[in-house]
Structures are given as C-alpha cells and as structure tokens.
Design a protein around this ligand. Structure first.
Ligand SMILES: [Zn+2]
Length: 269
C-alpha cells in the first residue's frame, strides 16, 4: 500500500506553536502512531549510499564524469542519444551489484506495521534505483526508475534489467520507434506522482526526510508543508541541514543505522 487514500483535509491539531519552546527531551519524544495517522517519508541518495551505490552527483558538479546537461536532459537525448543510453545502461547494470540495506528494510517494515494501527505510510523517493521496491516497499518514485524503459512515441513501458547492452538501442516492440528511453525524469521535465504526493501532504501527521539535502527542493518544500500542517517532523542526515527547524527532530547518522532504531521506537511508543 502506498498513498492510502484517506482523502480530505484533516489537520492533526498538533500544532503546538503557541506553546513555549520545548526542552530537548520533549522535542525528542515521539508521538505514537494512532488511528488515521498518515506517515510520509521522503528519501534521497543518502539511503542508497549505504548500500554502496555511488551517489549520482559526484565532485566538481559532474555525474560520473559527465556534465548534467550532457546526460540528464531531453536535449541531450535528442542531440547525443548514444552517450545518454550508455550512461543509463551502466547505471542500470550497477543495480545488479547492490542490495537494500537496513534503512530500506526498516521503512518496508513500517509500511507493513502501520495498517494494524489504522495508520498508513506514503513513501516518496527521489532515488531512481529499485532498492526500496526490493525491500518490499511501495514507492512514489518522483524521478522515475532505472529498471524501467519507455517509448516516447506510444507510451509503452518495459520493466526489468534483462537488456543491458550499452551500445545498441532497444526498439519499441509495440511501434516503429527505434529506441526506448530511460524512464527517468530529466532536468526540465515534470516530476512524477505529484498529485499523490500532494494528497498525502494534506493528511501528513508524521514526516521524515531521510538522506536528502533538506535545503533543496523538493525536500525543503515538503518539510515546510509538513510543519505548516502541524505534523511532527524528523530529519535524518549525516549533518544537520541549514534549514533544520527548531521543532524538527534531527536524527543524525547514516540511514542504515538510524532508521531501524527509529522505526522500532516509533512502533513501540
Ligand atoms: Zn512505442
């Protein structure tokens, strides 16, 4: 189950902004999941880095030696599809060498456990790997997925990593299009699942940003939305982001070490 479909505005009524500032112990105290609660988690590259998957963006603004505009834009695909294809086929192949880690598995466990309490989880990910899915989660993949190819002509989708040739394009089996493209949201394209994300954010009671730079859209926007509707907010990262709010609970450390503990405490509370 992903977005759990409890439509309608239902603010949690937990906005305690009129109170004086909390002590650390009050702030850290987690409110347990209750009937009707909607936990929203946003994950980014940090959670997959713990699986040994190189983060897409390396040093010097280059992505594995390529400039962003040469491999991650519709213009690059039009101008030099061979380079774009080789880049993504190598990234697809790299998925075969990695496994979900304890962070991915903890979020899958949370998704399974919440319905017993009448609550639910929506997992949003900026990641294009399939590690959440392999851990058993349902994911709103807002930037697409490496394991999927699609046809720009007829809309056909092909899932799986069977075809990993870096030189030859894969023609569409449904139409005349000579080359399926990676189903990745490139710069200048509209992210996926925005309506489902918006619906979840209408209902969010607990929000966790994990392994994503909290200062950069969309993480920053979702975090501030969650605060504005009175959700309890958590940020998991190696270092505190600049926009960490005074009422956000900061969970410092790697996702694979922090999330199993956080999920266990949340479900035990
Ligand atoms: Zn087609």
């Amino acid at each position: 189950m992903g977005w759990c479909g409890l439509r309608g505005l239902r603010y949690s009524g937990r906005d305690s902004s009129l109170q004086t500032g909390p002590t650390m112990s009050e702030q850290q105290k987690m409110e347990p999941p209750q009937e009707g609660d909607h936990v929203v988690v946003l994950t980014g590259a940090g959670i997959s880095a713990d699986s040994g998957l190189a983060t897409f963006r390396g040093g010097g603004g280059l992505w594995e030696g390529h400039r962003v505009e040469d491999v991650a834009t519709p213009e690059a695909w039009a101008r030099d599809p061979a380079t774009v294809w080789r880049f993504y086929q190598m990234r697809r192949a790299a998925l075969l060498d990695v496994e979900p880690n304890a962070g991915h598995r903890a979020l899958a466990e949370l998704e399974r456990a919440l319905p017993e309490r009448g609550a639910c989880l929506t997992l949003i990910s900026q990641n294009v790997d399939d590690l959440h899915q392999r851990a058993g989660s349902t994911v709103l993949s807002m930037h697409g997925q490496l394991q999927r190819l699609r046809c720009e002509t007829c809309g056909y989708f092909q899932d799986g990593l069977q075809y990993l040739d870096t030189e030859a394009f894969l023609p569409c089996p449904k139409c005349e299009d000579p080359s399926l493209r990676p189903d990745i949201v490139w710069f200048g394209e509209m992210p996926y699942k925005l309506e489902a994300i918006e619906n979840a954010m209408f209902e969010v009671t607990h929000f966790l940003a994990c392994g994503t730079s909290g200062a950069v859209y969309p993480a920053s926007g979702l975090l501030s939305t969650a605060r504005s509707v009175g959700a309890q907010t958590f940020v998991n990262a190696l270092d505190a982001p600049e926009n960490l709010g005074s009422r956000d609970v900061f969970l410092q450390g790697s996702a694979s070490s922090v999330l199993p503990r956080w999920v266990a405490e949340f479900l035990a509370s």
